[in-house]
Design a binder for this molecule. Sequence first.
Ligand code: ZN
Length: 224
Amino acid sequence: MRASINIIFLGAPGAGKGTQAQLIEKNWDSKPLATGEMLRRISSNMTSDDPLPAKLRQIMAEGQLIPDDTMIELLQQEIGREKYKNGFILDGFPRTEPQAIALEEMLAKNDLRIDAVIMLTAEEKALCERILGRVFCSECGANFHTSLNPPKQEGLCDACNTKLERRKDDNLETLRKRLDVFHAQTEPILPYYKEKGLLTTIDGMREIAQIAEDIQNTLASIRK
Ligand SMILES: [Zn+2]
């Protein structure tokens, strides 16, 4: 049985959130919503009359963080799209407690709520290996890994045959910085979701299928 559900994925960069979001999508109607991809898509819109894409390009070019109220506004627009009418799997937001609170308020205004928060844990050494093998399809958004989740044909997307790419920021130096930010910002929001009874922590260092099964069981249990 397929059903819709709103999920937040937490976990260090490379903990397997993108891969697991794709697997959830096969059993549930919820669609992956990676905020990094959302921002890349919106900011690359050069033709729109909307001043937002240009503003985002400037913020990102300066290496600044997108202000929380802007992110909430963007997310509100995004989850209003037809694609997300049966739920979303949010990855990349929130990263701080004020963001978590603002997200909850915005969702409540739209008669929505978070059903589950899943934290994928990972060891840093294994994360490095994972990050450096990561490739994705810029055409359809599918994610693969050169050794852990290889495409059927090397370097090509299974779904649409497009040449797979590495993200520019998938290198060791950037990873270290992102891990520092992750520890500093995301870990403090875990108690927030735990207190609400929404948090499930899953060991993300096992086989992809095992992790998927744990996630599946967690989601099935909250739908009972
Ligand atoms: Zn593709």
